[in-house]
Ligand binder design. Structure first.
Ligand SMILES: NC(=O)c1ccc[n+]([C@@H]2O[C@H](COP(=O)([O-])OP(=O)(O)OC[C@H]3O[C@@H](n4cnc5c(N)ncnc54)[C@H](OP(=O)(O)O)[C@@H]3O)[C@@H](O)[C@H]2O)c1
Length: 270
């Protein structure tokens, strides 16, 4: 098999209009990959396309809708994709009992059901390539149940478990499944309340370009799982082995978390 090069990659990136998606698109275009960029905002997609080096394709689609997935697939059939980056995501934070029912479906569908369906539909095309990648963008909160982020955590825990299962199921095929878990990152998914909460808790926030660099290294090194931030990675591991320790640490922080998360602002994340 020829060695991996970005110049031979055709990468479908969901959520390309967002902070992390845009940074990934710029980084991969600079490496010479050919991109299929998706999001719901046509203006933002066009603006991104106009600054990227190379030739790329955009598809404006809502991936939570069957017709949105169909639209993405019909473009992909003509492009022979080798990589799917499931990056689109939304978040809702705050008191669970106050969360509107519609937000429950929106978070779980966007962050978990849509990547699962898109991946299942795209796999026959990916399997045409000798070597293909599916990279699922999770979160530190896919390993740590964080108060006032229950729906987001549910979606990202699900994404991590689903990725791990496929990593093992597809080990003898040419398709590699990778899981990338950013920690808090400076993008518009985080409301000002979340940013203030992170500052009050002393949580570091990365720049989107750092997440893009991590994704590149992860793919090049073939790392199945990558967690950004040493303290967050250790905290996630401790939570897996000794959850009681993390219960105590987070329960101590609960008043601070609730102080910021019980505000009226709902749309956020980590
Ligand atoms: N920022 C953080 O602190 C952080 C930390 C850990 C993990 N993450 C994860 O990183 C990923 C990217 O987040 P971000 O920080 O870059 O957030 P962002 O700036 O808000 O971007 C979210 C992206 O998702 C797209 N999207 C949302 N709903 C969609 C739908 N129904 N159909 C198609 N596209 C949809 C948005 O595009 P349109 O609005 O154009 O549709 C946008 O491009 C997410 O999976 C997030 O959970 C973020």
């Amino acid at each position: 098999m020829k060695p991996f090069t970005w110049k031979r990659q055709v990468c479908l990136i969901t959520g390309a209009t967002g902070g992390i998606g845009e940074a990934i698109a710029i980084a991969l275009a600079e490496k010479g990959a050919s991109l299929i960029l998706t999001g719901r905002n046509h203006e933002k997609l066009s603006a991104l396309l106009s600054v990227l080096p190379g030739h790329h394709t955009l598809v404006c689609a809502d991936i939570t809708q069957p017709e949105g997935i169909d639209k993405v697939l019909s473009v992909c059939r003509a492009k022979a994709p080798t990589m799917l980056i499931n990056n689109a995501g939304v978040a809702v934070t705050g008191d669970f009992t106050q969360t509107p029912e519609a937000d429950i479906g929106r978070v779980i569908t966007t962050n978990l059901v849509a990547p699962i369906i898109l991946t299942q539909r795209l796999l026959p095309l990916l399997r045409h390539a000798k070597e293909a990648h599916v990279i699922n963008v999770g979160s530190t909160f896919g390993s740590i149940g964080f108060p006032c982020h229950s729906l987001y955590c549910a979606s990202k825990f699900g994404l991590r478990g689903w990725t791990e299962s496929l990593m093992r199921e597809y080990v003898n095929t040419g398709v590699r499944f990778l899981y990338l878990a950013p920690r808090a990152t400076r993008t518009s998914i985080n409301s000002s309340a979340v940013v203030e909460m992170n500052e009050a808790l002393g949580n570091q926030m990365d720049e989107p370009a750092e997440v893009a660099d991590a994704l590149i290294t992860q793919v090049e090194k073939g790392q199945r799982r990558r967690f950004l931030g040493l303290p967050e990675m250790l905290f996630a591991r401790i939570n897996g082995a000794f959850p009681g320790l993390v219960d105590r640490a987070l329960i101590k922080k609960l008043p601070t978390i609730q102080q910021f998360m019980s505000s009226t602002e709902k749309e956020t994340m980590l």
